[in-house]
Ligand binder design. Structure first.
Ligand code: CP3
Length: 366
């Protein structure tokens, strides 16, 4: 009979640690590479697995999350896996209804409107109970990865989650959420604090379940200016890293953390001094200037324009070559500047990965 121990212990030995070494600025045989949204609709096998199934029901199935996480690894020699899940599982755990509407994206039928609505939220969330399905998915996937590459866990950052909870879905201006920052700063801080506490527990739970690195997505940094970023995003990003690291240290653990503040150029210096080992970059930042501005204090991750994957393969190689030469091969993790889009050609994703490996090996052997 087939028995498999899906408890968070006795994990298979890690065979490829290039990603973890690069997070810490250590020497690697090649530049490690993975892609945000590497599990996604650009893969026919993903579309087939997801067909006719509710998105969040899929997120609640550890077996489905495991399969979707592994799919891109079967095709491409990525150096890391990221658990299939979503940032919006936290608002759900706080009692909010969130649905994935085809052609529209995530939708909250009853978003937060005024500060009084905070009373409707579950402020003390039993993370281990409510988000247990994510932890189970991580443990199962870490076993099923068989040590091929490390497994990344993730969360949305407080401001990004707050923005979704108020906007009720995607928005170009985030004006409803920003209205809170200017009109209800105290209530905003109350909500951000509430989210921070849950996020810390959530990330610690992911590590306990088997996550080997953690990425914090501040996807809505771009609509904040430097002053609002300083007040409503950065302190919470810092708090999260410090609290997670302090807690892990107590149990003798140390897991690299990545902060990705999309379009948050103005915050780059601060982000490089906020206790994260890695700062993720979108494509609007020049690699050399990012290195200068972060002063070698952190590893960098990114930042090819996802749309460059529409280019012919030879052109992708040239773009990757420039990117590698700009960032250098040390303390660098190649990635896109944001997620893959559903209409992208898997072959070009393969060409991107291959270009990073080939050209970085070339540079390292010069
Ligand atoms: O492969 C991976 O990157 C891991 C899985 C992952 C998903 N969402 C799966 C997903 C991760 C890391 C996320 C994070 C996430 N979710 C973010 C932060 C990253 C970012 O993009 O800035 C955000 C903002 C969300 C909220 C969300 N979920 C959006 C905006 C969408 C897209 C809606 C659409 O229709 O395109 C989702 C859905 C989603 N999450 C998909 C996937 C693969 C696609 C929908 C599907 O599979 O049916």
């Amino acid at each position: 009979p087939f028995h498999f121990n899906f408890s968070p212990k006795d994990f298979p030995k890690l065979k490829n640690d290039a990603f973890l070494l690069a997070c810490r600025g250590q020497e690697t045989p090649h530049v490690p590479v993975w892609c945000m949204r590497q599990a996604g609709r650009y893969l026919p096998e993903f579309r087939e697995s997801r067909a006719g199934k509710d998105f969040f029901a899929t997120c609640r199935s550890p077996a489905a999350c495991c399969e979707l996480t592994l799919q891109p690894l079967r095709r491409f020699p990525f150096d890391a896996a990221i658990i299939f899940s979503d940032i919006l599982v936290i608002p759900q755990a706080m009692g909010m209804d969130v649905q994935m509407v085809a052609g529209k994206g995530p939708t909250f039928p009853e978003p937060l409107k005024e500060p009084e609505d905070l009373l409707l939220l579950q402020s003390k969330v039993d993370v281990n109970k409510e988000l247990d399905y994510v932890f189970k998915a991580i443990t199962l996937t870490r076993h099923k990865l068989e040590g091929k590459v490390p497994l990344i866990g993730f969360t949305g950052a407080p401001w990004t989650l707050m923005a979704y909870m108020i906007e009720g879905g995607g928005s170009t201006t985030q004006s409803k959420a920003k209205r809170w920052l200017y009109r209800h700063p105290e209530a905003s801080h109350q909500l951000l604090k509430m989210l921070t506490d849950i996020i810390v527990e959530y990330l610690l739970g992911q590590v306990a379940a088997g996550a080997q690195a953690l990425q914090v997505f501040e996807s809505h940094a771009g609509c904040l200016g430097p002053a609002e970023f300083q007040e409503f995003s950065l302190p919470y990003l810092r708090d999260i890293a410090r609290k997670v690291k302090d807690q892990l240290k107590e149990s003798g653990q140390d897991v690299p953390m990545i902060v990705f503040a999309k379009d948050g150029h103005y915050g780059l210096e601060d982000l490089s001094q906020s206790h994260y080992e890695v700062v993720g970059l979108d494509w609007t930042i020049d690699p050399r200037s990012a290195r200068e501005r972060t002063g070698g204090k952190v590893s960098l991750q990114g930042n090819m324009d996802p749309c460059a994957l529409y280019a012919p393969k030879e052109r992708i190689y040239e773009i990757v070559k420039k990117m590698l030469e700009g960032f250098g091969t040390r303390g660098y993790i190649a990635n896109l500047g944001h997620g893959l889009y559903p209409d992208m050609d898997p072959e070009n994703v393969g060409a991107f990965v291959e270009a990073v490996h080939a050209h970085s090996r070339h540079l390292l052997n010069l």
